[in-house]
Design a protein around this ligand. Structure first.
Ligand code: CAA
Length: 258
């Protein structure tokens, strides 16, 4: 499908989605969010795709929701249209792993979009922030919720209340990002991680994603039970037999997602 605000490429089982509104630092307007939601759903449906990488440009992953699009809206407008909800729900429904590769600004909705992904690999140029407070509003798609779970209350309060930016080194130290690499190496690192994931059984990687995400939504006791039962259920797959046989036979496994 042809898109105007994103570029989508599928190669070697990895779907690369690049946000592409360079004149607006990839600000998230209605068209971009809708195209992104469609591309994410298509990647979920596409049997060739086993992992997704979401990225922006060297200067900006995304500088937030499009302020010019939102400025004239009223409460009734955003409430009735449920601004950003259908699109973020669509991204949340993707069961295949999604990596955010972030260089430059990831602010407001941009930081929140990165946090919707399963993990974030950052360039050393990355800057994260929830500066909505400077606009007389607050974060609206996860900046007070996911950020708090990722970096804790004190830092999340600091980021949301002051609107300050966090550099890549602090983001890694705080647990917001999983790795920081020199900017030139960002895409190699993210695509390399995606390739590694794409080599595994898709049943395993989707089960792992579901299980880790469960930890956000339940007690430890329930989460451990959920994990154990999913672990047990993987013994019903051919990929479990293949993976364990390959280990014993000292060869690479040939997973078939069954
Ligand atoms: N919305 C719309 N346009 C944006 C934008 C945004 N969030 N961020 C940048 N742009 C546009 C600028 O208006 C500018 O366009 P023009 O050339 O037409 O004037 C262009 O992108 C380049 O931006 P700057 O000239 O400002 O670039 P800079 O390098 O001087 O500054 C920046 C970069 C610090 C990121 C600055 O652009 C900035 O502060 N942007 C806004 C960040 C922000 O407040 N984000 C939160 C948005 S609200 C939100 O996201 C709500 C939510 O939770 C869902």
């Amino acid at each position: 499908m042809a898109y105007e605000t994103i570029i989508v490429e599928v190669e070697d089982h990895v779907c690369l989605i690049k946000l592409n509104r360079p004149d607006a630092l990839n600000a998230l307007n209605a068209q971009l969010m809708s195209e992104l939601a469609k591309a994410a759903s298509e990647a979920q449906e596409n049997e060739k795709v086993r992992c997704i990488v979401l990225t922006g440009s060297e200067k900006a992953f995304a500088a937030g929701a499009d302020i010019k699009m939102m400025s004239s809206k009223s409460f009734a407008d955003v409430f009735s249209e449920d601004l950003f909800t259908p699109e973020t729900d669509a991204i949340g429904r993707v069961r295949k792993p999604i990596i955010a590769a972030v260089a430059g600004y990831a602010l407001g909705g941009g930081c929140e979009l990165a946090m919707m992904c399963d993990f974030i690999i950052a360039a050393d140029t990355a800057k994260f922030g929830q500066p909505e407070v400077n606009l007389g509003v607050m974060a609206g798609i996860g900046g007070t919720q996911r950020l708090t779970r990722l970096i804790g209350k004190s830092k999340a309060m600091d980021m949301n209340l002051t609107g300050r930016f966090m550099d890549a080194e602090e983001a890694e130290r705080s647990g917001l990002v999983s790795r920081v690499v020199p900017a030139k190496k960002l895409m190699d690192e993210a695509m390399g991680a995606a390739q590694k994931i794409a080599e595994k059984s898709l049943i395993s990687t989707m089960a792992i994603k579901e299980s880790v995400n469960r930890s956000y939504e339940t007690t430890l006791r329930e989460g451990l039970l959920f994990e154990r039962r999913v672990f047990h259920s993987l013994f019903a797959t051919e990929d479990q037999k293949e993976g364990m046989a390959a280990f014993a036979e000292k060869r690479e496994p040939q997973f078939r997602d069954r």
